[in-house]
Design a protein around this ligand. Structure first.
Ligand code: GLP
Length: 264
C-alpha cells in the first residue's frame, strides 16, 4: 500500500485530484467509483476547478457511487444522489446518464434484484478503474459496517449506532437518519483496479492506524484494503498520527520522486 502523508486537508484534496486527473486523461471513458461524506468534498472541488480552468474532460467518464441511504429519494437533500449532483456532477461536463448512485427508493421486494443489477451494470461498464474511499468512524468503507463479510456484495445493510450518530450532523434530528442503506460490498470494492483511500483529521487517527496497520478483520472493513494490490492512502498529518510506520511511509514517498515509479 502507498501511504502518502501530506500537511493538511487541502493538500490531501489536491494530491487525490491529481490521481483522478491522470486516470481521466489516460482513459477518457474510465469508470470512477465515487464516495460521499465530508472527506472527498475538497477532491470534488479540485476536480471542478481542473475542469473549469484546465479543461479536464469528463464527457465520456462513467461513475458508480458506493452507497445510498435506503428510504431517501434522489431529491432528498441528504440523499447521496443529491450530494453528488450538488458537489460534483453539476460542476463538470459529465453526462447524467453516465452517473449511477444506488436508488434508495426501490421497493423492499425489489431490493435484492436491484442490487444484483447494480453489480451487473458495473461489470458491463468494464469494472471500476479507480475507487475513491473515505472511512467511517467505526472503520467502515461505503456502508460496510463492522461484521460485514469481506466477500460481501451490493446489498441492503443496517447502519451501526455509531454511524447514525456520526451522520446525524447532516440531519435536523438523529431520528431522521435512515437506519438502512444500499451499499456496495467489500468484495465489490476490492474488485476495483485501483483504490484511492482518503482520511483527514485527528478523529480518524486511531481507526486509520487499525485499518492500515492492524490485523485484517471484518470488524474494521477498511482493513480489507490490505488485500488489494493497488491502494494509495492519502492522509493529512492529523489522520496519520497513530500510525507506527510514518518514517517508512515518508521514505517510500520520497523515494518515488527519485525512481519515478509508484511504490505500492
Ligand atoms: C459515510 C459514507 C462513507 C464515508 C463516511 C465517512 O458513512 N457511507 O462512504 O466514507 O461517511 O464520512 P466523512 O468523510 O464525512 O468522515
Amino acid at each position: 500500500m502507498r501511504v502518502l502523508i501530506v500537511k493538511n486537508y487541502s493538500e490531501v484534496s489536491i494530491e487525490a485530484a491529481k490521481i483522478v486527473r491522470d486516470i481521466v486523461k489516460k482513459k477518457p471513458n474510465c469508470v470512477l467509483g465515487l464516495a460521499t461524506g465530508s472527506t472527498p468534498l475538497g477532491l470534488y472541488k479540485e476536480l471542478i476547478r481542473m475542469h473549469k480552468e484546465k479543461g479536464l474532460d469528463f464527457s465520456q467518464v462513467r461513475t458508480f457511487n458506493l452507497d445510498e441511504y435506503y428510504g431517501l429519494s434522489s431529491s432528498h437533500p441528504q440523499s447521496y444522489r443529491f450530494f453528488m449532483e450538488e458537489n460534483l456532477f453539476k460542476g463538470i461536463n459529465i453526462k447524467p446518464e453516465n452517473t449511477r448512485v444506488p436508488d434508495g427508493s426501490v421497493k423492499i421486494e425489489e431490493v435484492e434484484q436491484y442490487c444484483k443489477e447494480y453489480e451487473e451494470l458495473i461489470k458491463q461498464a468494464g469494472g471500476i478503474d479507480l475507487q475513491v474511499l473515505g472511512i467511517g468512524g467505526d472503520g467502515h468503507i461505503a456502508f460496510n459496517e463492522p461484521g460485514s463479510s469481506l466477500g460481501s456484495r451490493t446489498r441492503l445493510v443496517a447502519l451501526d449506532e455509531k454511524t447514525i450518530e456520526d451522520n446525524s450532523r447532516f440531519f435536523d434530528r438523529v431520528e431522521d437518519v435512515p437506519r438502512f442503506a444500499l451499499s456496495m460490498g467489500v468484495g465489490t470494492i476490492l474488485e476495483a483496479r485501483e483504490i484511492l483511500f482518503l482520511a483527514t483529521g485527528e478523529k480518524k487517527a486511531e481507526i486509520v492506524a487499525k485499518a492500515l496497520e492492524g490485523p485484517i478483520t471484518s470488524m474494521i472493513t477498511a482493513s480489507a484494503l490490505q488485500l488489494h494490490p493497488r491502494v494509495t492512502a492519502i492522509l493529512d498529518e492529523e489522520a496519520s498520527d497513530a500510525l507506527r510506520r510514518v518514517a517508512f511511509y515518508r521514505f517510500a514517498a520520497d523515494s518515488e520522486k527519485h525512481v519515478g515509479i509508484k511504490l505500492f
